[in-house]
Structure formats: structure tokens, C-alpha cells
Design a protein around this ligand. Structure first.
Ligand SMILES: [Zn+2]
Length: 73
């Protein structure tokens, strides 16, 4: 199932030879753990910090909805 880069939103393709997800847009190489960790980091930004809370929530909603779409194709 396709996944999207938590850094740039580009499409990630799983490379079996290196067992990593490779971003087709920025070239990031990520494990599934990295993807989950980045997602959690964005979620924690949404909960607090110096980011304006409403903007962070909008971003999180965008991120989670783009993930949901990615699981449909
Ligand atoms: Zn990327």
C-alpha cells in the first residue's frame, strides 16, 4: 500500500533491496518506524509548542486525511 513522505508529502516507494521506503520527491529513505515517528512528532506539535494551535490542527487533519487516501489505492 502506498505511503506518503512525512517530510514533503511525496510518494514513498518501498525498496525491497534496502528494506526502506524511498521518497520519489525528496529522496528521503525511511523505515516504517521513521514514518510513524514523524507522524507522532507532527501530532505532538499539534498539541502544543509555539506553533499556533489552530494551524497545527489543520495541518494534522490534512496529514491524516492524505494518509487515509493513500490507503485506498
Ligand atoms: Zn519526501
Amino acid at each position: 500500500m502506498p505511503r506518503y513522505c512525512p517530510l514533503c508529502g511525496g510518494r514513498l516507494v518501498y525498496d525491497n533491496s534496502v528494506k526502506l521506503y524511498v521518497c520519489q520527491s525528496c529522496g528521503a529513505m525511511l523505515t516504517l518506524e521513521d514514518i510513524i515517528r514523524e507522524r507522532d512528532r507532527i501530532a505532538s506539535l499539534a498539541r502544543g509548542g509555539d506553533v499556533r494551535k489552530r494551524d497545527a490542527r489543520e495541518y494534522l487533519r490534512w496529514w491524516t486525511s492524505s494518509k487515509r487516501q493513500s490507503e485506498e489505492d
